[in-house]
Design a protein around this ligand. Sequence first.
Ligand code: G
Ligand code: G
Ligand code: MN
Ligand code: NA
Length: 252
Amino acid sequence: LEMEGDLRRALGRNEFVPFYQPIVALQSGRTVGYEALLRWRHPDRGLLTPADFLAVAEESGCAESIDWQIFEQVCAQAEALAGSDGFVSINVSGRHFRQPDLDKRLLDLIQSHRLPPRCLRIEVTERALLENAIQVKRMLDNLRSQGVSIALDDFGTGYSSLSYLHQYPIETLKIDRSFIVELPREGGHGAAVVRAIQALANSLQMQVIAEGIEDEEQRQALLRIGCRFGQGFLFATPKMAEVWLQREHHFA
Ligand code: G
Ligand code: G
Ligand code: MN
Ligand code: NA
């Protein structure tokens, strides 16, 4: 409750900012895009992550305003970050998809910033797809038809039914980092899951991005499985846009 007042003050002072984590081609180390991740630059408590405040923000009804503060900044920065063929992805919560004009508002924002829609990607969770299936499908179809791409976040942790996947305009599956942690153990659970997701993606002609890659062993295991893209502390932690715009970064 103390934090609730704090959140509203922070909104007024634009203390919520997107940090960007590079998404790289695992073989070459070339940056192909960025994931925008919410941070709160708190004047006293330093840099806070969503785990520190998102639950309170949701209870107090501030979460959507925080999201729009992030989307606004991403739309202003995404073209420079994306370059000629990259993208910036944003996390859109399931709760946010209950708003029936989310697609229209996002497209209006994109247009007001003169952002080429191909620069933007939306990360949606399996849960969001299933909670409000018909409305979410309509909105994702609309966004996709305008050039925004769609990724399914935390894949593998949600629901087991895969039958819905091809019905949505999803181009990318993001493998949850819980599977990457277990990956290098030969014959382990992680490797089996990652191999299965990669095979599924291949047959549906989707791209795969592995999350939370922390060491070279994991990267090599992913390359052996045929996974081409990933992100994680092995390459880079999330940082402000300015850091990535200063010079060309290569994570080979
Ligand atoms: O970077 P980090 O560990 O703090 O992210 C934790 C979680 O917060 C992730 O699951 C991510 O999906 C979510 N998240 C990150 N940025 C945003 C955002 O801008 N809006 C919302 N709603 N969630 C976000
Ligand atoms: O749920 P989502 O995938 O959007 O959340 C991404 C989260 O994972 C962010 O909080 C980000 O800071 C965190 N993250 C990114 N790379 C790594 C990593 O290599 N290891 C760990 N432990 N967390 C990571
Ligand atoms: Mn994400
Ligand atoms: Na994820």
